[in-house]
Design a protein around this ligand. Sequence first.
Ligand code: BGC
Length: 756
Amino acid sequence: MTTEPYRDTTLSIEERVADLLGRMTVEEKAGQLTQYFHFGSMFGDAPQTGDGEPNPFFAHIRTPDIVENEVAAGRAGSVLFVRDAANANRIQRRAIEESRLGIPLIFGFDVIHGMRTIFPAPIGLAASWDPETIEAAQAVAAREARANGIHWTFAPMVDIARDPRWGRMFEGAGEDPYLGGKVAAAQVRGFQGDLGAENIIAGPKHFAGYGAAVGGRDYEEAEISDSELWNVYLPPFKAAIDAGAGNIMSAYMELNGVPATGNKWLLTEVLRDTWGFAGWVVSDANAAHSLEAQHFAKDQPDAGVRALNAGLDMEMTMLTPAYSFLPDAVADGRVDVAVLDASVRRVLAAKFRLGLFENPYTDEGLGAEVLGAPEHGEVARRAAEHSLVLLKNDGVLPLDRTAITKVAVIGQLAASKRDTLGSWSFDHVTEDTVTILEALNQAVGPDVEVNFAPGASIPEKKFKSFFDDSTHPNDTTPEDYDDEAEAAKAVALAAESDVAIVVVGERQTQSGELASRSTLELPPAQVEQLKAIAATGTRVVLLVMSARPLDLRWASENVSAIVDVWHPGTRGGEAVASALLGEFSPAGRLPFSWPQHVGQVPVYYAHSTTFQPQGASQRYWDDASVPLFPFGFGLSYATFEYANVRVSALSIGVGESLEVSVDVTNRSQIEADEVVQLYIHQRYGSTARPVRELKGFRRVEFAPGETQTVTFVLGPDELTYWSAATRGFVQEASTFDVWVGGDSTASLGAEFEVTA
Ligand code: BGC
């Protein structure tokens, strides 16, 4: 029997792709570029129209048979949302055995911060400032996903977010392009490794500018200057691509008027021509279809044509694909078959690269061994420990076990497994999660009593979304809940305790997609409760469980300690308990500037010096215009001292590098990590540069009393920027300030010259 060349593993991927492409019809090519949601029975039966027919808008979502029949007919290249090996194999069999050419499907899924074992929310992972831990976490996520039959994740989300009203701040690395780039690259390395049997392809998203949605309102347009695009919003994508990301997802919204999914400048000029990206681009869900609703495309056939011609390779859809009209467009010349072929080539190359033609199926026994493996839990615990940010401490922390007998734990979130995990977790086992309450109970030992009061409740969302309707029930407040009585009980409990650990924040569906909000305030009843607790005289440790900064003005002045715990994941409760008890020192740092209140938004550290820089903190007459906590901020149980910032050269030429070194000493008797940060400022040039820009950081472990010298390199990579004056990347002769320290307000510095 002769084997077709595309099945011959001795040939190169290019040769195999070329052979297979030569055998495909135009319909099959369009099919390879189509990715369908397959929700199984998640949403029940299809709702019907008045005539008793399935409502066509929901048909594909609620009738998985429609999708499976498309697979069997060779009209689908990928399926998403299937997340168990048996189902993946069953559907794969239909592609392999029933479609004419037997091309395997590639299965995609949102593996955002874990599959079975859930890690802290991505914004919390970023707060670790620890690329190694982040990489390890995503390598575990990949291993578990692959055991479930998944080949590709729609992650990392690398959108810069400077407006915390935007719910998807949850998924990103915050406000800074340098930190964002390092976190993005670490995630790509973790997911993809060497693309072996335990890895998955990473798909950084949402290309590009989604985080700049006007007003922080999800899906709204982004208007971003070229300078901001090249210097702030695009660098994390570039970093992810340089780390080898195999895929990119296009964004929903209009970028400067042109929908990202039909934006040729973004998808072709930047991504392919400038950066040389060789992987494939998938649309966000229904984003090609939406080009019509966004009043960009004339109709669905036009949407498909414009998306493909812009550079969108694959359409992700729950609906009749806009790409199903491509064969007509090829026939009448609106699409050049060479353009279609280029996209198909990219998709097929990924499938060959993953070895799917040789191994399309997943071992169904693997899950039992891999999913939730104990060593994965250890990685999750370590990641959660590294993510915690200590925002205030008057000395109450770490808690002294010998000096307390009664601890009050207050707040619904302290006991909610689901909220401990956070948004974008679908395939976890909720019961595996350790809450803060459970972990504290375990950790304090027999001589300390832990009592719990849920207290003032968390109000429900006014507008719910698709994400409130997930496979795992969300925790909500019971209907007959008596808020006042519960708050009174909480205050009474605090009064009779030695310390009150109060957990405030948001439920898991209150951030994420379609979870933007108009304020950052804590619910008024919670603030009242907090005031009453503080008035009892019992010391208060406030834990903030959320993926965005909240208004902590009152708390920051009136409680003893504040720790941002994010949504800390499966083993998060244990991480929090051991931090409170001093088993390690928190060392996470804020990946964003923490506003005083919503009226300051957007507030970020890398702003321009601008006119009258001395007035920067008083730009409003009614309130300060500086954040409550600066970017990069986080306290420690240890005390670190920085000394001897020095540069290896006082002057270098353009294109040359120098070293910046600092001596850091742990002046305490405990082991602790410190995140050493380096910021620069270019004093003059073809444009005015931000007051400060992060250009180096390192999370370093210190023994008690230890001094270490930390050295950073500054060269063309760090000193180049995109100039709106020259409309290109430049490295300019100038004087540079450099500061090194524990946050973005570091005052210890030096300067150097760059000469032409
Ligand atoms: C989100 C994407 C996600 C996709 C698939 C969309 O609504 O914007 O981030 O990957 O759904 O679930």
